[in-house]
Design a protein around this ligand. Structure first.
Ligand code: IMP
Length: 429
């Protein structure tokens, strides 16, 4: 049985929510394994739009949904999201939503620390979502984080909060910012444990059982490979590993757990926040992509930076995650653009590069090298078969496949799940 991981192949916002939703119908379980409520997955199902941040996209279909240990969990945000989705008629019950007992918690003051850090970075600000994601991963690596299971032992909780605040209050004091009172934090954490209890589980064991009984597991990545803390455009990255290999670590499964890696890439490129973006367009084409693609962040509402498809960067993502297929999304946004450009590599002065360099200085100096392709004037919106696509659109997709070294397994031509051309179903036996 093949388990599938869905991974963003750019800087996030590639349209993973829709693809996961499409696959979730065939999966027995959907697992989130990294990130937190910095993610924003939009699903459009039968005239209803669902905006998910922390909940795995499987909840909308009633598929068993698991929040793995690699996710950083703001329990208040989680409970709020459960209520919001319930308000839209989706019965999110503890039977269908399980939360790893060893997941790291995002504490109420993490957002404040995140934003203070950003202020202090000034011009070098990363442009985080301000949700305390990085702070949670730092505390996890620093071995002082509060994890879900810690909520259930008063002595441990008290001890750990004391240790954690020793670190954070020293920092806040240094910045001249208000310190955190331990009693207040402990009281808040005690309040949340009751409502959280029904969802808490040993998810690695449950997943092992599901795998052994041949259940189909869908791993739902958040953000994108170019935001990976090791492999992305560091330091302008998120604080988790977003590559496919993280699916195993972040859920407690072996490296063989993922059989098929499906990368998701937009037919152009977007990025939210700061950092290098070689194909960024600050002209009317960029504005047109933003407008037609409705490129505003799901979580923060910030306008997304837009640019041409960067085949060199996606090729790198394909290699870094061993991608077996790509779902190319938002092809219809390119409708009506006379000439399209695709980045095939970069130049720094006389130096030619076929990949994104690791050095921050080099990344900032990159000039894209473009190949020009003929566009199409017809509409591809809502196309459900290759035959409905203009010849130049087919050529564009075929050229993209060649350049990134990976077959296009799926094409998305609109927000509805029906607006899809599926060439390959990774869950098909
Ligand atoms: P953080 O994850 O909030 O720490 O933000 C770090 C970087 O990742 C910033 O550039 C954010 O804009 C970006 N980022 C985080 N989550 C997402 C996402 O879901 N989509 C796109 N960008 C994201």
């Amino acid at each position: 049985m093949t388990n599938v991981a869905v991974i963003g192949a750019q800087w996030g916002d590639e349209g993973k929510g829709k693809v996961v939703d499409w696959l979730a119908e065939r999966a027995d379980v959907v697992v989130r394994f990294q990130g937190g409520h910095n993610a924003g997955h939009t699903l459009q199902v039968a005239n209803e739009t669902y905006k998910l941040s922390l909940l795995p996209s499987g909840v909308v279909r009633g598929t068993l949904s698991i929040i793995g240990n690699g996710v950083v969990v703001d329990p208040w945000a989680l409970l709020e999201e459960i209520e919001r989705v319930r308000g839209q008629g989706i019965p999110v019950s503890p039977d269908m939503l399980r939360l790893a007992e060893n997941a790291t918690l995002i504490l109420p003051f993490y957002g404040r620390v995140d934003r203070l850090r950003e202020q202090r970075r000034g011009k070098g600000a990363i442009g985080t979502t301000g949700r305390g994601i990085g702070v949670a991963y730092e505390d996890k690596a620093g071995r002082r984080a509060i994890r879900v299971a810690d909520l259930y032992d008063d002595a441990t909780l008290r001890d750990k909060v004391g240790h954690l605040l020793e670190h954070h209050n020293a920092l806040l004091r240094g910045w001249g910012a208000e310190e955190i009172a331990p009693e207040e934090l402990i009281a808040k954490l005690k309040e949340i444990r009751g409502p959280l209890t029904p969802y808490v589980d040993c998810v690695w064991e449950r997943l092992d059982g599901l795998r052994r009984s041949g259940r189909r597991i869908l791993f739902e990545g958040a953000q994108g490979i170019l935001l990976d803390v090791d492999h992305g455009t560091y330091p302008f990255v998120t604080s988790s590993n977003t590559v496919a290999a993280a699916a195993a670590v972040g859920s407690g499964m072996g490296p063989g757990a993922v059989g098929y890696v499906l990368g998701i890439a937009k037919a152009y490129t977007t990025r939210v926040g700061g950092g290098p973006f070689p194909t960024e367009l600050q002209d009317e084409v960029g504005a047109r992509l933003a407008e037609r693609g409705r490129e505003f962040g799901t979580v923060t509402g910030r306008p997304r930076r837009c640019g041409w498809f960067d085949a060199a960067a996606v090729r790198q993502a394909v290699q870094l995650s061993g991608m077996d297929g790509i779902a190319l999304t938002k092809l219809d946004v390119l409708d009506g653009i006379e000439t399209l450009e695709v980045c095939t590599g970069y130049r720094i002065g006389d130096r030619m590069l076929t990949r994104l360099p690791a050095s921050q200085a080099d990344q900032a100096a990159l000039e894209p090298v473009y190949e020009r392709l003929e566009g199409w004037s017809e509409s591809t919106a809502g196309a459900t078969g290759w035959a409905q696509l203009p010849a130049t659109a087919v050529k564009y997709v075929r050229r993209v496949e060649e350049l990134i070294g990976c077959p296009v397994a799926m094409l998305s031509t609109g927000p509805d799940r029906e607006d899809t051309i599926a060439m390959y179903d990774p869950f098909a036996d």
